[in-house]
Design a protein around this ligand. Structure first.
Ligand SMILES: Nc1nc2c(c(=O)[nH]1)N[C@H]1C(S)=C(S)[C@@H](COP(=O)(O)OP(=O)(O)OC[C@H]3O[C@@H](n4cnc5c(=O)[nH]c(N)nc54)[C@H](O)[C@@H]3O)O[C@H]1N2
Ligand SMILES: Nc1nc2c(c(=O)[nH]1)N[C@H]1C(S)=C(S)[C@@H](COP(=O)(O)OP(=O)(O)OC[C@H]3O[C@@H](n4cnc5c(=O)[nH]c(N)nc54)[C@H](O)[C@@H]3O)O[C@H]1N2
Ligand SMILES: [Mo]
Length: 782
C-alpha cells in the first residue's frame, strides 16, 4: 500500500481552504490557472494573490536533497557549514534510508529525549495533513521526543491566565463575548494594540467569511465609540472612527496602572464587584497608591513613561467608568519583555469597572488577532489526526529553542518550576519556519550548528530547509485531499487535490509512513489506512462530534460534491463569564480561590522577581526608557505582515509587489526619516548590537515618533550564509529582535521589545538570492 493520495485529473474547478480564506481553484495541464475567493466571503483577503505564483515557484523543493558533506559521512560533516553548503539531490529510497538510519543512531546513542520534534509552525489548513500532527504521531510511534509547549502567538498570557482567571483557550477563544453582544451593549471599546483588519485575514485552520470589518461597522453604527491605544494609527480600521492614543511601545502597563489609580481615587471602582468576584484587591492597592515603593501610580507618573498627557489618561479613566466599556488587548502586547503584565492589568481594570460577565463589558484578549475571535459560532471540537502519547516529559517553552540547542543541561525556570534543557542531537522540523519565527536569528544560526542531524520536510526552500542536512519535499495543500473544519468558523470545506504533486513531492503522511516502515512501526503509524481512508475516518469522527453538539453534518460524498458546508451560526450571544457573574458559588473559576485573582498567592509563592504576585510596572529590557535607547533610539515593531501569513508564500505576487527595490517595506515616522536624510523608496539599513538587515523606506505620520515598523516574514537572506553575524539583505526583522523569555512564568517570545537605529543604505545593493533554489552539486555516478 502506498499511502499517498492518488491524484485524479478533474476539469471542474474545485474548492480549497487556506488559513486566509476559502477558494475555488481552476487548473489546466496540472497547473493552477485561477484562484477565486469563496462567493459568500464579503471581504476576501489580499493574501489570496500569492498562491498562483508561489505554488509553481522555482523555490519549490522538487526532490529529496542532502547537504553535500553530510551525504558523504554524517558523522564527520561540519555542522557549521549548514546554510552555506550545497545540496545533492538523491532518490526517495536513499533519502528515507539515510533519515531512518540517523533517527535510529541518535535514539540508540542518546535516547528519544535527544530528538527534538517540537516543530512549531502553522503549515497549511486541513485536518488530516496537519503537519504538526503528522510529525508528532510519527515521533511518538518511534518512542517519543522532546516536544515544545505553548505558542509564539500568546505564550505569556496563556501561561498566566489559568492562575488568575481560567484557561486561556476557553476564555479567550471559545467563550469570548460575541460581536452581537458587543454591538448591542457596548458604549466604548478601548483597544490596546488596536484590532488590525489585516490580522483578521487569518483564522488558524480556515476562514469562510471575513467578518471583522462587517462587525466593527455594525458596532460603530450602533453608537459605540472606539479608542485605539497603539503606536500605529492604522491598527484601528477606518470603520471604527477611533480616537488615537499613541503610547510608547511596551508602556501600556504604566498607562493601565494610572487608569486604575484614577478609578480608585475618584471612587469609580466597583467595590461590590471587587468584593464578590475577585481576591487580592487590598494587597494590590498599597502598590497602586505608592505605599510600598513611594511611587503612587498617578497619571503624572505614567505620562512621562508613556508619552501621553496626564489629563488624557484621567479623562479616559472617567470615560471608561461612565458606561458599558469593553477592554481589549491584542496578543502583540504580551510578545514583549514582561508581557504578562499588561494582560493581567487589563483584567484588573475590567474588574475595577465591574462589568465582567455583562454583555459588551469586561475584557477580551485577541479580538482582531484572528477572524474567529468574537464570531458567534457553535464551538464544536473537531477531531484531528491522532498524535498518540509522548512518554518524554517536560516540553521546552516553545520560544526557548535556541537556548535549548545552545545550553544542554543548563537550568531554567518555567511557570514556577525548575527545569533543565535536554541534550538535543537530532532536530526534525515539519510545517514550521524557525528562521522566520525565532527571535535573534544569529543566535538561531549558532543553535542550528549544534545538533548532529537536522531533518526538514518543507514545501519551499525556506532558510530552515537550507539549514538542514536532509530535506524532504512536501506537497502543498493544493496537491492533496483534506477537510478544513475549525471551531471558530462556521464553514467546512472539502479540499480537493487540484494539481498533481510538484516535482517528486510527497505528502508528509507518505514521508512518515516510509520512515515508519523502515523503522518497523508502519502499522502503528498508518493503522492500515491510506490518506483517503484517513480523511473519511476523520470525517466520520467529525460527524459524531457534530451529533454530540446537536448539529447534523452531511455525508462525505455530499460535502465533496458541494465543496463547502456552512454550519448554523449561534442565535444566542455569548457573554464571557456570564455564568460566573450570575452565580460565583455554582460556577466558580478554576483559579485557586475560584475568583479573579488580582493577587495570586501561587505566583507570589514562587518568588520570581520578573512576575510578582500582582501586576506591576517593570518596564522592559529594551524600550524607550531603557539604557539601550541612547544608542538605538527607534522602537522596532515587527508585527504581522499584511501581504502574507508569516513567511508563507513570500515569493507570491502580493508579497513581492509590496517590496521596495526587492526589500521588505519598513515604515518610519516622517520626522524620524527627515532627521536621518531618508526619503520614501530609499533602501535603509536597520541595525543594533545583534544584527542588521536592509529594508525599503515608507514614510507616514500614522506611526508614533520614535517607532519603526518592519513586518515579519521576509525570507531570511543572509549576505554571508552560515554566518551568525550576517546582514539579511531582504529585511527579516528577526536578525534584530532579542531572544529572551517574557518572564520565568511564561517564557514567551519578546519580539516587540527591540530597539534599533536606521540609516540610508547607499552602497551597491546586494542581490536577493533566497528566491532562487540553493546550489546543487551533481550526484556522483555509482
Ligand atoms: N519578529 C517577530 N517574529 C515573530 C512574530 C512577531 O510578531 N514578530 N510572530 C510570531 C508568531 S505569533 C508566530 S505564530 C510565528 C509563526 O511562525 P511559523 O508558523 O513557523 O511561520 P510560517 O511562515 O507560517 O511557517 C510555516 C511553514 O510551513 C510550511 N508548510 C506549509 N504547508 C506545509 C505542509 O503541508 N507540510 C510541510 N512539511 N510544511 C508546510 C510553509 O512553507 C512554511 O515555511 O512567528 C512568530 N515570530
Ligand atoms: N495578514 C496576517 N494576519 C495575521 C498573521 C499574519 O502573518 N498575516 N498572523 C496571525 C497570527 S499567527 C497571530 S498570533 C496574530 C497576531 O496578532 P497581534 O499580536 O495582534 O499582531 P501584531 O501585528 O504583531 O500586532 C498588532 C499591533 O499591536 C501593536 N503593538 C505592538 N506592540 C505594542 C505595545 O507595546 N503597545 C501597544 N499598545 N500596541 C502595540 C502594533 O502597532 C501592531 O501593529 O495575527 C494573525 N493574523
Ligand atoms: Mo501567531
Amino acid at each position: 500500500m502506498f499511502p499517498q493520495y492518488a491524484w485524479k485529473n478533474m476539469t471542474e474547478p474545485r474548492h480549497t481552504a487556506t488559513h486566509w480564506g476559502t477558494y475555488k481553484v481552476a487548473c489546466e495541464n496540472g497547473r493552477l490557472t485561477s484562484v477565486t475567493p469563496f462567493a459568500d466571503d464579503p471581504d476576501p483577503s489580499d493574501l489570496g494573490g500569492n498562491m498562483l505564483d508561489a505554488i509553481h515557484h522555482e523555490t519549490r523543493i522538487r526532490r529529496p536533497a542532502v547537504r553535500e558533506s553530510f551525504l558523504k559521512d554524517p558523522t564527520r560533516s561540519d555542522p557549521r557549514a549548514r546554510g552555506a553548503e550545497p545540496f545533492v539531490e538523491i532518490p526517495w529510497d536513499e533519502a528515507l534510508d539515510l533519515a531512518a538510519a540517523e533517527l535510529k543512531r541518535v535514539r540508540g546513542s542518546y535516547g528519544n529525549e535527544a530528538i527534538f520534534g517540537g516543530s512549531y509552525g502553522w503549515a497549511s489548513a486541513g485536518r488530516f495533513h496537519h503537519a504538526q500532527s503528522q510529525v508528532h504521531r510519527f515521533l511518538n510511534g518511534f518512542g517519543g521526543y522532546t516536544a515544545s509547549t505553548d505558542t509564539y502567538s500568546y505564550a505569556a498570557v496563556s501561561a498566566l491566565m489559568p492562575h488568575i482567571v481560567g484557561p486561556f483557550s476557553k476564555l479567550v477563544l471559545d467563550e469570548a463575548t460575541s460581536w452581537d453582544a458587543v454591538a448591542d451593549h457596548a458604549d466604548l471599546i478601548v483597544m490596546f494594540g488596536g484590532m488590525s483588519l489585516k490580522n483578521a485575514d487569518i483564522n488558524a485552520g480556515g476562514v469562510g467569511r471575513h467578518t471583522l470589518k462587517e462587525w466593527l461597522g455594525k458596532i460603530r453604527a450602533s453608537g459605540t465609540d472606539f479608542i485605539n491605544i497603539s503606536p500605529i494609527r492604522t491598527d484601528a480600521p477606518d470603520v471604527c472612527e477611533a480616537d488615537w492614543i499613541a503610547p510608547h511601545p511596551n508602556s501600556d502597563t504604566a498607562l493601565m496602572l494610572a487608569l486604575a489609580y484614577v478609578l480608585h481615587t475618584e471612587g469609580l471602582a466597583d467595590r461590590a464587584f471587587l468584593e464578590r468576584y475577585t481576591t487580592g484587591y487590598d494587597r494590590f492597592l498599597p502598590y497602586l497608591l505608592g505605599q510600598v515603593d513611594g511611587v503612587p501610580k498617578t497619571p503624572d507618573w505614567a505620562a512621562s513613561l508613556c508619552g501621553i498627557p496626564a489629563q488624557t489618561i484621567t479623562d479616559l479613566a472617567r470615560r471608561m467608568a461612565q458606561g458599558r466599556t469593553m477592554i481589549t488587548v491584542a496578543w502583540a502586547l504580551q510578545r514583549a519583555d514582561h508581557g504578562e503584565q499588561p494582560c493581567w492589568m487589563a483584567i484588573v481594570l475590567a474588574a475595577m469597572l465591574g462589568q465582567i460577565g455583562l454583555p459588551g463589558g469586561g475584557f477580551g484578549v485577541g479580538y482582531g488577532c484572528a477572524n474567529g475571535v468574537g464570531n458567534p459560532t457553535h464551538a464544536i471540537r473537531f477531531p484531528a489526526f491522532p498524535q498518540g502519547k509522548n512518554p518524554i516529559p517536560d516540553p521546552i517553552p516553545v520560544a526557548r529553542i535556541s537556548d535549548a540547542l545552545l545550553s544542554p543541561g543548563q537550568p531554567y525556570r518555567f511557570n514556577g518550576q525548575d527545569r533543565t534543557y535536554p541534550d538535543l542531537r537530532l532536530v526534525y522540523w515539519t510545517g514550521g519556519n524557525p528562521f522566520h519565527h525565532q527571535m535573534d536569528l544569529g543566535k538561531l544560526v549558532r543553535g542550528f550548528q549544534q545538533p548532529e542531524t537536522i531533518i526538514v520536510n518543507e514545501v519551499w526552500w525556506t532558510a530552515t530547509a537550507r539549514h538542514a542536512d536532509i530535506v524532504f519535499p512536501a506537497t502543498s495543500s493544493f496537491e492533496r485531499r483534506d477537510i478544513s473544519m475549525v471551531r471558530w468558523d462556521p464553514l467546512i470545506t472539502h479540499m480537493d487535490a487540484a494539481i498533481p504533486p510538484q516535482g517528486d513531492a510527497r505528502d508528509d503522511y507518505a514521508i512518515f509512513a516510509g520512515l515508519a516502515e523502515r523503522l518497523g512501526f508502519a502499522d502503528t503509524f498508518t493503522e492500515g489506512r491510506s490518506a483517503d481512508e484517513w480523511v473519511s475516518h476523520i470525517w466520520e469522527n467529525a460527524q459524531q462530534a457534530g451529533e454530540t453538539a446537536g448539529i447534523a453534518l452531511p455525508d462525505l460524498a455530499d460535502l465533496a460534491r458541494d465543496g463547502t458546508h456552512a454550519r448554523p451560526i449561534s442565535e444566542t450571544p455569548c457573554v464571557l463569564l456570564a455564568d460566573f457573574r450570575a452565580d460565583p458559588k455554582t460556577h466558580p473559576l478554576s483559579t485557586p480561590s475560584g475568583k479573579i485573582e488580582i493577587f495570586s498567592d501561587v505566583i507570589a509563592g514562587w518568588g520570581d522577581p520578573d512576575c510578582p504576585g500582582h501586576p506591576v510596572w517593570l518596564g522592559s529590557y529594551e524600550w524607550r526608557g531603557s539604557k539601550a535607547a541612547e544608542i538605538y533610539p527607534l522602537h522596532l515593531i515587527s508585527n504581522q505582515p499584511k501581504t502574507r501569513l508569516h513567511s508563507q508564500m513570500d515569493c507570491g505576487a502580493t508579497s513581492v509587489a509590496s517590496k521596495i527595490k526587492g526589500r521588505e517595506p519598513a515604515t518610519l515616522n516622517t520626522a524620524d526619516a527627515a532627521a536621518r536624510g531618508i526619503k520614501a523608496g530609499d533602501v535603509i539599513k536597520l541595525f543594533n548590537a545583534r544584527g542588521s538587515c536592509l529594508a525599503g523606506a515608507e514614510l507616514s505620520d500614522d506611526i508614533k515618533l520614535g517607532v519603526i515598523q518592519l513586518s515579519t516574514g521576509a525570507w531570511y537572506d543572509p549576505e554571508t550564509p552560515g554566518d551568525p553575524q550576517a546582514m539579511c539583505v531582504h529585511g527579516n526583522p528577526n536578525v534584530l529582535t532579542r531572544d529572551a523569555g517574557t518572564s520565568t512564568l511564561g517564557q514567551g517570545p519578546t519580539a516587540h521589545s527591540t530597539l534599533v537605529e536606521v540609516a540610508r543604505f547607499d552602497e551597491p545593493l546586494p542581490p536577493i538570492t533566497v528566491f532562487s533554489p540553493p546550489e546543487f552539486v551533481p550526484t556522483e555516478p555509482k
